[in-house]
Design a protein around this ligand. Sequence first.
Ligand code: GAL
Length: 398
Amino acid sequence: MPSRMAALLALALLSSFASAQVKLAATPPMGWNSWNWFAEKVTDKDVRQAADLLVSSGMRDAGYVYVNIDDAWQGTRDEAGNLHSNDKFPDMKALSDYVHSKGLKLGIYSSPGPKTCARFEGSLGHEEQDAQLYASWGIDYLKYDLCSFHNGVMRKEHPGDSPEAMHLQYKMMRDAYEKMHQALLKTGRPIVYSLCQYGFDSVWQWGPEVGANLWRTTGDITPTFDRISLIGREQAGLARYAAPGHWNDPDMLEVGNGKLTLDENHTHMGMWAMLAAPLLAGNNLSQLTPDIKAILTNREILAIDQDTLGKQADRIYAEGPIEIWARPLADGGSALAIFNFGEQRCYLRGISLHLEQAGAFRGWSARDVWAAKELGPIDDSTHFTIPRHGSVILRLSK
Ligand code: GAL
């Protein structure tokens, strides 16, 4: 009997471990990341201020809980190989305690290569040591960025672009991501694992195998509508790879950055929500205007992003600059988005909404999400006027 008891206990432990794993990033992670605004200049003070502002703006309560320090926090390694933060971050544990005391979580950044993209110290050869260090600081999220592992390691070891060389390079890349995955597991701390290798080797096909909770699908975003809309449109076909615990990441939000117009900010946010994308605000929270705050904290838009079914939208129709994307939702309804990527206002004349492809049927009703307005019964020929670079998001239900 004792052996049976032990087996049962092991089973119970295993299944509670498995469900704890599933709970990590059960919906796309939400928070703030330092890179898009502060880049290499980020300091301890900026991160504390971001934490304060997430709370005072109401963003934390809307779900933005990760405060992620991106590149440029690293100092040098001591003789024992222990990495220290640089002068801009005098005490990581104290910073982590501060962020946690606000009901938030702390994220950090490294690379499988010798150097990060901004040429700070990477984790190559110190994976376990770094993972243990993060855990000792109370880190909850790691963004692991390929950077110098690409040219400095993979391409050096297996030079050239032949299919054989590429195969071996990509194998090294996967192994490097798996190595950090194992190191993170060994800490025993739940740490969201975010792969950043710009979509190489169709990462969405193997990300979950190396423990990724999310993986970047593209190169870097910039705060321009051209770049944002290109990235958004390139996500077509990737919906099948997203699921609770594992998300496609079209990169961090630029909402509120650059010279994006209000319509462009709405379209960016709405598209990322349709895509079940991780929502990491990248703006300067100390300059949060009421308009931008309203976009970032719109509860109905966030509910689409965070829908527990975890089904990312896919494109169901395109005609010139107009695209229609749809996703099923946990309540049996659907979300449908009509995007106008064109340079002119569009009246959708003659463009069918393709409601059946969106999983919606005759007699269904629509709610205009951004307008917070019930539209009543809808059919394929219902007309919408969509401004240049604008969009409409509908929640469809029986
Ligand atoms: C890039 C990455 C950015 C940012 C930057 C930091 O490779 O895509 O999101 O992390 O490195 O150096």
